[in-house]
Design a protein around this ligand. Sequence first.
Ligand SMILES: C[S@@+](CC[C@H](N)C(=O)[O-])C[C@H]1O[C@@H](n2cnc3c(N)ncnc32)[C@H](O)[C@@H]1O
Length: 253
Amino acid sequence: MQVIAKLVGIYIRYGYQPITGLSPKHTNNWMSDYTFLVKGTENCTPHLGITPHEIGFMECVLEAIEPKNILVIGNSFGWSTLALALSNPAARVVAMDCADEPFTLEWIDHTNAIAEKEGLSARAVKGRSPDDVDAVMDAEFDGKLDFVFFDGDHTKEAVINDFEAVHRHANPQCVYVFHDVLGFGLMEGVLRTMASSGLSGRVVYGSPSGMMIVYNKELEDRLALSFATYGATDLAMGMLNLMKQTETGRIIS
Ligand SMILES: C[S@@+](CC[C@H](N)C(=O)[O-])C[C@H]1O[C@@H](n2cnc3c(N)ncnc32)[C@H](O)[C@@H]1O
């Protein structure tokens, strides 16, 4: 079964109905493809979860790199944390969230309860990035990081500071995925992380939030299929540019 379907099933068993991946073409709403958590008829989600396409992309990447240690910055209601644990059962997944609101604070415990009940190697902890990254690393991992998913504070400065805080705890082949880069204008921050680390990066055009992946060039071949499947290629970018040039959006030869 697909990871996204397993994930939806988990939340239903826990008494919630996730609404996820609705095409904005049909809803006139650019964020309807994100994930909302509904209980009864109430939308109870102040912070939305990532989209099915983004889960698919990370699932593909994780299968290619087989990480042991995964850090998530930004747990919200555990959606991406549990998705990463389902995608890679052999890895240890730890998510940190500053949990400033009752919702995110409650979901630290809920995420841990779900993970335990479902037999998933995932854990959520209260902690603010970048200040608490060292403490989380000391307490939760016995090795360096192989994959990091950034979805906490959505500013250019936070992207730079969060990356700096985790990079010193990461293996040279660690892969970094940043959520909401195009959607929230975070590109400059990600480009700075690439410049400071010497790592390569790509925009994942197939991800609704405009994610970026930052990675060691040596992984290019291993990641090629993930890139090709989710539009993280020069060809995809060329196609977008070409479509912008035509009135109808169709490519004219
Ligand atoms: C968009 S939500 C994350 C959604 C989650 N990744 C998912 O797909 O299920 C952003 C989360 O980041 C948390 N956050 C914001 N700034 C943070 C920081 N500096 N450190 C840790 N967590 C932070 C918020 O409390 C919120 O829960």
